[in-house]
Design a protein around this ligand. Structure first.
Ligand code: ZN
Ligand code: ZN
Length: 471
């Protein structure tokens, strides 16, 4: 009796577990032959070099492609040509207008007490210094928060210097707290009566190449010419400051604003066979900073997602809904392409079923996350099943995606995060070292294998991922 009750209980629990597993298993959502095709393509992608060849081509034939530069236009032509040669069904250009910013000559030096040169680069969007430069005593703050708390007296007539160090983390979480110094130092220093602003680079390396990146202010707001010292030059300046003597620095930045320019988001569609006007959005940003060749930021994201869509079309065929690859214009000055796309497609935002962006370098993917309606969780479980052989777990529904999806996510679009190992990303990010040698072909292929699973399953899923999730 005792045993039979136990046996029945065990059997029932077994039934429930099996039933629960069945509901959430891939076999209930997709035909078996489709899943086998995805599995096959996933394995094939691991040795496919389409994405790497695209990255090599963009960095070799176009190189650095700052928004508004001649290479910006060359990159748009490059992308159109590649989409064509890769047999995308529909290719379109959507205008993105912004004011150009151009880098000029840049120098820095310690004048006293120990004269010597420093490596500096202008932050993107920085105002120029006068030709003779800005010379002044350093007002040193450990963090931007310390500067915000300072009195005007501590800053007036001085060159503000923020020395905060970015921490190295696999998920890049050291960036958020550190990058505020890049965005805000010039504005806060100007408001408190400073005459100049410099920061330690937002990066984790100890090279002599400084990291650029945008500084933030609205037109009409006060700001100052602002540059980043390389991390090793910041170390040097820190050591000079430790002597507790007044430190005088001079720096010149020739960068300045130019005229208005129109670039383009370049869009390649693999048109859906059943729901052509519903979109799974993938992509990367086509522009880059000017110091390196923009290999990891973000030729890699462009190559990975272009290859993904093309391989799905070639080896699986037309998806149920459209896979739309967007190569975003001018992400770096402040999401110009993303904002233009959102504005132009506002009326059909709810047709954008889910989005993901690849904009975190060339490292391997180690986790999948979502931010979607709970009713669609079985889809992510199905993806996780197919990602098991690659050792990639699904890590929950609090995911985030790339910067270019921010306006659409805020408007309600579901997103997925294909998280890359970013341990070394910020050694090279926005520096002269962002070059092709940092891109490992096998790691890029692993990215494509994961993107194939996500993109194919998202585009083929008969349901949706919810819309209008609150932030
Ligand atoms: Zn980027
Ligand atoms: Zn960037």
């Amino acid at each position: 009796m005792k045993y039979s009750v136990l046996l029945i209980l065990t059997l029932c629990l077994g039934c429930q577990q099996t039933a629960r597993k069945d509901i959430s298993s891939a076999a209930d959502l997709y035909p078996q032959d489709f899943l086998q095709q995805v599995e096959k393509l996933r394995d094939m992608a691991l040795t496919d070099d389409t994405a790497y060849q695209l990255i090599e081509s963009l960095t070799t034939e176009v190189g650095p492609r700052l928004g508004g530069s001649p290479a910006d236009a060359a990159a748009v032509t490059w992308a159109m040509d590649k989409f064509k040669s890769m047999d995308f069904d529909k290719i379109s250009l959507e205008p993105v207008t912004f004011r150009r910013w151009v880098r000029g000559p840049e120098t820095a030096e310690i004048i006293a007490p120990f004269p010597q040169p420093l490596k500096i680069t202008a932050l993107g969007r920085s105002m120029p210094t006068p030709k003779e430069g800005i010379t002044g005593e350093i007002a040193h703050f450990a963090t931007i928060e310390d500067l915000e708390a300072a009195t005007d007296d501590q800053v007036q007539g001085k060159i503000v210097y923020i020395s905060n160090k970015m921490l190295r983390k696999k998920d890049g979480s050291g960036y958020g707290p550190a990058v505020k110094a890049r965005s805000m130092t010039a504005k806060v220093a100007a408001e408190k009566g400073g005459i100049g602003a410099i920061i330690r680079s937002i990066g984790t390396d100890s090279h002599r190449g400084p990291h650029t990146g945008a500084t933030r202010y609205q037109e009409g707001e006060s700001t100052l010419p602002v540059g980043a010292l390389s991390n090793v030059d910041a170390d040097l300046l820190d050591n000079v400051l430790k002597r507790n003597k007044p430190v005088t620095v001079r720096y010149t930045l020739g960068s300045d604003w130019g005229d208005e320019y129109t670039s383009y988001n370049v869009i390649g569609d693999i048109v859906g066979r059943e729901k052509p006007d519903e979109y799974v959005i993938i992509g990367g940003h086509l522009d880059s900073w000017d110091l390196g060749t923009g290999a990891i930021d973000d030729a890699s994201g462009c190559g990975i997602t272009m290859a993904t869509a093309s391989l799905i079309k070639q080896h699986i065929g037309q998806p149920r809904r459209t896979i739309r690859v967007i190569l975003w214009a001018n992400e770096e000055y402040g999401l110009f392409g993303a904002r233009a796309y959102h504005a132009a497609h506002q009326h059909e935002m709810n047709k954008h079923i889910i989005g993901a962006e690849s904009d975190f370098g060339a490292g391997r993917i180690y986790a999948l996350a979502s931010r979607a309606d709970v009713a669609s969780m079985p889809v992510f479980e199905a993806m996780a099943e197919l990602l098991k052989p690659l050792d990639i777990p699904y890590v929950g529904n609090k995911g985030y995606s790339g910067p270019d999806l921010i306006p659409m996510r805020r408007a309600g679009m579901a997103v997925a995060g294909l998280y890359q190992d970013g341990t070394s990303y910020f050694d090279y990010h926005h520096t002269p070292e962002d070059t092709l040698d940092k891109v490992i072909p096998a790691d890029i292929a692993q990215n494509v294998a994961v993107w194939v699973v996500f993109t194919a399953l998202a585009a083929e899923y008969a349901g949706d991922f919810g819309f209008g999730l609150s932030d």
